[in-house]
Design a protein around this ligand. Structure first.
Ligand code: FE2
Ligand code: FE2
Length: 131
């Protein structure tokens, strides 16, 4: 398992917590496929993750705009960095089909990013929005 559900802090906003739980489920499924080197399944899950990540970030950005969250530009900038980084890994996967490359990205970048991003930005955002 790549991420245990409790590794990612609950932010106290039902919509955001649900989006995070769904993403953790997808990331763990992808990780399992990667460790088994199931190329077709990895391919499908990478496509799903691309869409899921965009939905995740867009959902939060729409909430922030609706509630005029003061730190919107900073929070969105972190999303944009991960959007760009994931797109690079996604394109590398489509080209090389190398599971180890994706595993390295998930462990060294995605998971640490998710933990710290949720703890710093998503929780601050959720505190302002309430549930
Ligand atoms: Fe989030
Ligand atoms: Fe976020």
């Amino acid at each position: 398992m790549l991420i245990k559900p409790n590794d990612i802090q609950k932010v106290g906003n039902l919509l955001m917590d649900t989006v995070h739980e769904e993403e953790i489920r997808l990331l763990n499924e992808l990780y399992e496929a990667l460790t088994k080197k199931e190329i077709n399944r990895i391919d499908t899950l990478m496509d799903e993750l691309l869409v899921d990540l965009e939905d995740h970030f867009t959902t939060e950005e729409e909430l922030m705009r609706e509630f005029e969250f003061f730190a919107y530009p900073m929070h969105k900038a972190e999303h944009d960095q991960m959007r760009q980084r994931f797109k690079e890994i996604y394109n590398a996967w489509k080209k090389n089909k190398n599971p180890d490359e994706v595993i390295r990205f998930l462990k060294d970048e995605m998971v640490p990013w998710l933990k710290s991003h949720v703890a710093r930005w998503d929780s601050t955002t959720a505190q302002q929005l309430g549930d």
